[in-house]
Design a protein around this ligand. Structure first.
Ligand SMILES: Cc1cc2nc3c(=O)[nH]c(=O)nc-3n(C[C@H](O)[C@H](O)[C@H](O)COP(=O)(O)O)c2cc1C
Length: 339
């Protein structure tokens, strides 16, 4: 009896760049509350931290604190920041953390976004705010507008979490971290897995015949010789047709942001077969759509190769979750996608 595949099925990215999904918490904190949450996130999820430090420190006491900080927020200032030495390309997601100032996000975040705007494209975002009363919802909307997104995948409001720390706050931070760590993988139940393996081993009926011979049985249908659109064009068209955002797509395909950007920015991109297959699964294509997309990259799913047959089976039976495809591949002794 084979050892359960569960332990082997890990979330790694498919394609050339096998970097683990990495989070960066970008935050500003005047009095330590936002910093407190950032540190908990680091402890509980392994995210990296980037604290934004204005060159000219804000007042942190008395009336001057509220006056100058409030003015800076209301005037949407962009205070100069101490040098940032971080490679943003390493990260797939940014979690913005800020104290609410005058129902807005604290201004150092605005400077950061202005500096890195181009590099933030196609990233995922979450945000948390620390406040003592209200205003965070408005601040999230303003921050999302500044970044150029509709809304955050997730946003969390903490009430002075360091100054008023208690069990509820700690639990709230834990829940936030659980969300950040992502949904548990959805594996196939053992019985269903065995049924699928049997079906694959018995052999699926061959389906569409894609090439036709002409009346003399000599020449290939000339239609097939027309140049087909590139992988790049076809992929972007399909993402659009399936009404997916880029982020939704590359998350479903287990492709990291860097690899997706490489594909998106290079009209002649030649993906590895592994990546092209992951794209078919991420887009939830029909078998004929998948065949067409793979063909644009010069690949096909062979009926005589076991691994390809499993992928064909999964696509034609709408098993698109990569963890489930990997579960089946593992069960029949084939290499998992991304391994
Ligand atoms: C200039 C300034 C403006 C503030 N405006 C608000 C506000 O509009 N709403 C609110 O609930 N708290 C407001 N606060 C309180 C902070 O948002 C809150 O104490 C937060 O937890 C501080 O985070 P920090 O310790 O990371 O700086 C303000 C604080 C300052 C200094």
């Amino acid at each position: 009896m084979k050892e359960s595949g569960e332990k082997r099925i890990i979330r790694i990215h498919v394609g050339q760049e096998r970097i683990n999904m990495k989070d960066l918490v970008v935050y500003f904190s005047l009095e330590g509350n936002t910093q407190y949450v950032a540190e908990r996130i680091k402890e509980q999820t392994g995210a990296d931290l980037l604290r934004l430090v204005p060159k000219k420190a804000y007042h942190d006491k008395g009336f001057a604190k509220f006056f100058w900080g409030g003015k800076s927020a209301v005037m949407a200032e962009k205070p100069a920041l101490e040098e940032i030495s971080i490679d943003l390309d390493v990260y797939d997601r940014i979690i913005f953390g800020f104290p609410v100032w005058a129902s807005n996000y604290a201004p150092p975040l605005r400077t950061f976004i202005e500096i890195y705007k181009d590099r933030l494209k196609d990233m995922e975002f979450a945000a948390y705010a620390c406040q003592s009363g209200s205003g965070a919802e408005k601040a999230f909307i303003k921050l999302a507008n500044t970044i150029g997104i509709d809304h955050f995948d997730h946003s969390e409001i903490f009430i002075d979490p360091k100054a008023k720390t208690n069990d509820d706050t700690e639990k709230q931070i834990e829940r936030f971290c659980e969300w950040l760590k992502g949904e548990p993988q959805e594996l196939l139940p053992e019985e269903r897995l065995q049924e699928i393996v049997e079906e694959i081993q018995e052999g699926e009926p061959s389906s569409d015949i894609r090439y036709s011979l002409n009346v003399d049985g000599i020449l290939l249908d000339l239609e097939q010789e027309k140049p087909s659109p590139s992988f790049h064009d076809t992929l972007l068209k399909l993402i659009n047709e399936k009404k997916m955002t880029n982020v939704e797509f590359y998350k479903k395909a287990w492709i990291d942001r860097k690899l997706f950007s490489a594909i998106k920015n290079n009209a002649n991109y030649k993906p590895k077969k592994e990546t092209a297959i992951a794209c078919c699964l991420g887009l939830q294509l029909s078998l004929s759509e998948a065949d067409s997309l793979l063909e644009t990259a010069g690949y096909s799913l062979s009926r005589s190769q076991n691994r390809d047959r499993v992928i064909r089976y999964c696509i034609s039976h709408k098993i698109f979750k990569i963890e489930q495809v990997n579960q089946i591949l593992y069960e029949v002794g084939e290499e998992c996608l991304g391994c």
